[in-house]
Design a protein around this ligand. Structure first.
Ligand code: ATR
Length: 282
């Protein structure tokens, strides 16, 4: 029951009606007996500042932030954590006595998903794509001790821009590649492959994956951050190659788990989040 004591959380974005986050967080609040509620709020770009100020006036405790506000929202926050500052994007806001604090749990969500299967420290990783998701994951991988990082992108210049920023901010070597023979070469000794491009995402499920089975090997771990479908064309290729595959649903789950920890200080059982996501995708 909602009372005067209920804590309000939410997600702001445009659109938000298909977000799976309300289901995850509300399931966790319910199962853990917490007097909290999580609501989706559609916020137009021109109303973003009002939304942040208004949330603080109303005593909202936390927000997730999704497309198209992840970068712009920084202008209206008081502090950023290390990852959010480096990435230059926020997906979680904590409202408290110290003002509005921005966090980014997207990168750590991907790393936790991979670390269910294998540690990332000292590994060679290839990331496909150089957009916002790639950026969050690339920074977090280097923060988590990845030794050898390659950003492979259709537009090599865009990968180069991300590389420059990574090298400047973290002083760690990064290489770039096109989606060509050079990528095939790089993949031959790669431990972890992460796809951040939308290739294979519903409704384009039959689109040819950027990397196919012949370019993989059985010791490789392949993570597609696309979660619809759960088994993408890329992950089917991983199966063919005898590689381990990780669905994008795990990154979605762990970014939510990390946001929940920031807001409540409680480590929630991940099974609650997983079950809620599976129910929603049914
Ligand atoms: P997000 O912010 O969600 O990560 P984005 O910024 O739109 O998404 O980035 C999408 C990435 O997927 C880009 O790196 C894009 O490559 P380009 O920089 O060359 O545009 C990549 N991408 C999108 N469609 C692709 C396709 N059909 N084949 C290969 N790469 C693709």
């Amino acid at each position: 029951m909602i009372t005067g004591k209920t804590n309000v959380f939410g997600i702001i974005g445009d659109p938000v009606e298909h977000s799976l986050s309300p289901g995850m967080h509300n399931a966790a609040f319910k199962e853990l007996g917490m007097d909290n509620i999580y609501v989706p709020f559609q916020v137009k770009a021109e109303h973003l500042e009002d939304a942040i100020l208004g949330a603080q006036s109303l005593g909202v405790k936390g927000f997730n932030v999704t497309i198209p506000h992840k970068t712009e929202v920084i202008n209206y926050l008081d502090y950023l954590d290390i990852a959010a500052g480096l990435i230059g994007a926020v997906n979680t806001i904590e409202f408290g006595k110290n003002g509005a604090v921005g966090h980014n749990t997207d990168g750590i969500g991907a790393v936790m998903a991979i670390e269910e299967v294998t540690p990332v420290k000292n590994k060679k990783v290839v990331i496909l794509g150089a957009g916002g998701a790639s950026r969050a994951i690339a920074f977090q991988l280097l923060l988590s001790g990845v030794d050898n990082l390659v950003i492979a992108n259709r537009t090599v210049e865009k990968a180069g821009e991300l590389k420059t920023d990574l090298v400047e901010k973290l002083d760690h070597e990064v290489r770039v590649s096109g989606l060509d023979e050079n990528l095939t070469q790089e993949l031959s000794d790669t431990a972890i492959l992460i796809n951040t491009t939308p290739v294979g995402m519903y409704p384009n499920v039959d689109e040819k994956p950027v990397v196919t089975a012949e370019m993989m090997h059985p010791d490789m771990v392949v993570n597609d951050i696309v979660y619809n479908p759960l088994k993408t064309g890329l992950l089917n290729e991983a199966d063919k190659a005898g590689a381990k595959s990780i669905s994008g649903i795990k990154m979605l789950m762990y970014q939510g788990v990390e946001a929940f920890k920031i807001w409540t200080g409680i480590e929630p059982p991940v099974e609650i989040f997983q079950r809620a996501l599976m129910n929603e995708l049914d």
